[in-house]
Design a protein. Structure first.
Length: 367
């Protein structure tokens, strides 16, 4: 296999369609050239959450213009690409199929190697990227250096809440724990709906919580009791927290009392941030890994970043948060992971792979 650039800095286009954002990114090695995103979030707002069929249709409509815009933004041509990478899972099956089909068509028509990669590991790959304006907006003061391995990675979004141990980005990723019910982002959406706030819930609760008291209500921290930690030390649960908020709000309403929305939002956000960071830092301590990487859309939550920074500083752990533009789903992170696979000499995927909505995080590349 020959590449137009050196193997260490391949020009790779990445396609991401695991949920409601059509993302196309282009990187040269670890340098970000384009990160183009078309979101269908507004189309899902009236339903209060992502509707898979609506998301898939939106990907179909957005794919070609997003591809063309990304290439234009990067200042390259399709023929110059060394490889194409695509998310093949986990995610929404119909949405994934659109991206996989587009990537296969592009790879075959251009005669380029294709890499089918894991969405969750892609979030870790986002932290490798550099480029104008990327650093200094990650919620951490000062510049940070190269990502060192091994690292513990906490990936939190509307569809995933996972704790990983990354020893080698392209060869050795271990799942330490994950949510056993709702993802953290899903809980934010559901609680926002309870409080009469619009979708998506994360930014709305963040905004309301700024005026509230995070200690006004002591909501439960899922799977944090000693008996739970024996079996689920690194696992998460947010369904009970959501139910607890609902019951508290109902009791106030039944009593004819006003609901202090800001205090509820702040207390709920504190409970989520507390359990996320406590379990992540426990993993760092247990495994002797002094590094923690945050990724996913919920990493954009102000309190999650703030509490993680406080606890990491107290424990002597280096905290890394990719720039906010790379925390949510995007094609750049997929291109980054693809570039690392190319640079490491991995063979491309065959064209026989398909979308896998339950792809395990331990499978970095699907052959």
């Amino acid at each position: 296999m020959s590449f137009g650039a050196t193997a260490a800095e391949p020009l790779v286009l990445g396609i991401e369609t695991s949920c409601d954002e059509t993302g196309v990114g282009i990187v040269r090695g670890r340098t970000l050239l384009a990160n183009t995103i078309a979101s269908s979030m507004d189309e899902h707002a009236r339903y209060g959450g992502v509707v898979p069929e609506v998301a898939a249709r939106a990907h179909l409509e957005a794919m070609q213009p997003t591809l063309e815009q990304a290439v234009a933004d990067a200042g390259v041509t399709f023929d110059e690409l060394d490889a194409i990478a695509v998310t093949c899972g986990p995610g929404l099956a119909g949405a994934l199929m659109v991206g996989v089909s587009a990537a296969k068509a592009l790879a075959v028509s251009l005669g380029k190697p294709l890499y089918a990669v894991n969405h969750l590991v892609g979030h870790v790959g986002a932290d490798l990227l550099s480029g104008e304006g990327l650093r200094g907006v990650a919620g951490i003061d000062g510049e940070i250096g190269e990502l060192e391995l091994p690292t513990v990675a906490l990936l939190v979004s509307g569809g995933h809440t996972s704790l990983l141990l990354v020893r080698d980005l392209v060869r050795d990723v271990e799942l330490l724990g994950e949510t056993i019910d709702d993802a953290a982002g899903e809980a934010f959406d559901k609680v926002a709906r309870l409080l009469g706030l619009p979708y998506p819930g994360g930014p709305q609760i963040d905004r309301m919580a700024a005026a509230g008291d995070p200690h006004a209500i002591r909501f439960p921290r899922g799977l944090s009791k000693p008996k739970d930690l024996e079996r689920h030390r690194y696992d998460f649960s947010f369904s009970g927290l959501k139910t607890s908020v609902a019951r508290w709000v109902e009791q106030r309403q039944d009593a004819g009392e006003p609901v202090p929305v800001a205090d509820v939002a702040a207390s709920f956000r504190e409970a989520v941030a507390d359990v996320l960071t406590a379990k992540a830092l426990a993993a760092c301590a247990d495994l002797g890994v002094p590094r923690l990487l945050l990724g996913g859309g919920v990493a954009a939550n102000a309190r999650v970043r703030e509490l993680a920074a406080e606890r990491c500083a107290a424990q002597g752990v280096e905290l890394r948060v990719p720039p906010l533009s790379l925390c949510t789903d995007n094609g750049a992170m997929i291109a980054s992971l693809g570039a690392q696979l190319v640079a490491a000499g991995h063979a491309p995927s065959s064209l026989g792979f398909g979308a896998d909505s339950t792809l395990p995080v331990t499978e970095v590349q699907v052959r």
